[in-house]
Design a binder for this molecule. Sequence first.
Ligand code: MG
Ligand code: MG
Length: 249
Amino acid sequence: MIELKTPGEIDMMRASGKVLASVMRQVSEAIEPGKTTPLDLDALAEQLIREAGGIPSFKGYRGFPGSACISVNEAVIHGIPDDRIFQPGDIVGLDFGVILDDWHSDSAWTFPVGEISDDAKRLLNVTKEALFQGIAKAKAGARVGDISAAVQKYVEKNRYGVVRDLVGHGIGRSLHEEPSVPNFGKAGRGPVLRPGTTICIEPMVTQGTWKVKTLADDWTIVTKDGKLSAHFEHTVAVTADGPQILTQE
Ligand code: MG
Ligand code: MG
């Protein structure tokens, strides 16, 4: 069942998302090539979330050890923060959630470390734009498949792959709610989006094959061919006035 949120509840989620967006920016600004590690960023994310009165929702989720998923290069999502040192040319996916006053927000962004290749820049730009193509379809009366189809069409037009194994989701008092929001599918299919529907739209895009595998740590999802992957995500509310991004400052 899709739980619809009142405008007041959406405001609570927006407050949570504002904390998330601020922490995301500050953590990304702390990335220094040749110096910082995923563990440094994870510690900073947790500290900043807690200082803002929030709770890092990923910490301990199904046993996840970090506050943030940090997925580098060929890692798609669910990277466990480790002590590798970021190198120029890396791309770093930061993905985390915040609970503020019982309301969840969830967002991801992929950042360049120093100067990155033109191919990597293009991957980041296309994935980010795919997110916004999907958000534009999150209108009252539309269906989840309209979002899915818009994301898939844009990504494949740019000759990249769309990961099938992992999808976006509803969000609210829980991190994961109905409906599922795949990044692939057909327009006109799936649940209807009504005012008060709150969802995470999160394209995961690959340079090569869309096929992925899980590493031995049981968390990190990487591309099967070892090519790069990017991930961008916003928490979005469907309203009578159109889609509203909740995870921004
Ligand atoms: Mg996320
Ligand atoms: Mg999510």
